[in-house]
Design a protein around this ligand. Structure first.
Ligand code: OGA
Ligand code: NI
Length: 313
């Protein structure tokens, strides 16, 4: 497949099931990304979430962002900015317990819609994990269990807006990285583009599409699949016109989940990915997010364990 994979989830219910499963498999093996349509999340809920997110940005975030930009002199930079992203964000946590009621400046309607949206996304994430299990020859529920830990998965949402940027060649909306966690579900602006993934050395656009959900795989799925599926590098290029909305929800392991390659996916003498506690991985990721993932995996390999991740990087 050489164009960005679009998966119609409704096709899983009929004659096209096999071809659709194949398409998902190809997307996981060769792109690390795909875009879902007919995913079952009500479009009117998505419309409400979009409207409230944009209102909230204008009311509570936009001015703050402008002040930050001007205090750092970012609109007039002459050389590449390597330690900042041209984005305005806030975070919500849903699991293991919600913190939505503690986040300031959200209307009751916005809190309620985000809760409802997160519940739908959680269900969708778990459905997708089972489709991946099927394609990988793992028993149903394997991936959910692998991410579970003692308190269940960590599930959170990063609400971002990427305002228009006068110097998109010098400041990225979001610098290139892979995602640390399990599976990521993104509700992105249907008009303003910017998200790109790295495929065969080229940056490829993730096309904006009304009411779609973009899926990508994080580092933990790369480890559990022992590299059969890869977490793929991506970035956001800031645009000179229009503000891009992006609501990214991260279905991640519980902090104490022990992550390791599924035994059935290890070919003889081919165990290449390490075993570690997710929280330790995140501590490393917090410092090394915008660097290559391989040294993060290396840091947890058996021979390096005694040195500890900090000494080895
Ligand atoms: C991220 C991310 C993409 C986007 O937050 O990890 O890649 O489009 N976001 O906002
Ligand atoms: Ni990301």
């Amino acid at each position: 497949m050489d164009s960005f994979p679009i998966i119609n989830l409704e096709n899983l219910n009929g004659d096209e099931r096999k071809a659709t499963m194949e398409k998902i498999k190809d997307a996981c093996e060769n792109w690390g990304f795909f875009e879902l349509v007919n995913h079952g999340i009500p479009h009117d809920l998505m419309d409400t979430v979009e409207r409230l997110t944009k209102e909230h940005y204008r009311k509570c975030m936009e001015q703050r962002f402008k002040e930050l930009v001007s205090s750092k002199g970012l609109e007039a930079v002459q050389t590449e900015v390597k330690d900042m992203d041209w984005e305005s964000t806030f975070h919500l946590r849903h699991l293991p317990e919600s913190n939505i009621s503690e986040i300031p400046d959200l209307s009751d309607e916005y809190r309620k819609s985000m809760k409802e949206f997160a519940l739908k996304l959680e269900t969708l994430a778990e459905e997708l994990l089972d489709l991946l299990c099927e394609n990988l020859g793992l028993e149903k529920g394997y991936l959910k269990k692998a991410l579970y830990g003692s308190k269940g998965p960590t599930f959170g949402t990063k609400v971002a807006n990427y305002p228009p940027c006068p110097k998109p060649d010098l400041v990225k909306g979001l610098r290139a990285h892979t995602d640390a966690g399990g599976i990521i579900l993104l509700f992105q602006d249907d008009k303003v583009s910017g998200l790109q993934l790295l495929k065969d050395g080229n940056w490829v656009d993730v096309p904006p599409m009304h009411h779609s959900i973009v899926i990508n795989l994080g580092d933990q799925l790369e480890v559990i699949t022992n590299g059969k599926y890869k977490s793929v590098e991506h970035r956001v290029v800031a645009q000179t016109d229009g503000t891009r909305m992006s609501i990214a929800s991260f279905y991640n392991p519980g902090s104490d989940a022990v992550i390791y390659p599924a035994p059935t996916l290890i070919e003889e003498n081919n165990e290449i990915y390490p075993k570690f506690v997710f929280e330790d991985y995140m501590n490393l990721y917090a410092r090394l997010k915008f660097q290559a993932k391989e040294p993060r995996f290396e840091a947890f390999k058996e021979s390096n364990v005694n040195l500890g991740p900090i000494a080895t990087v």
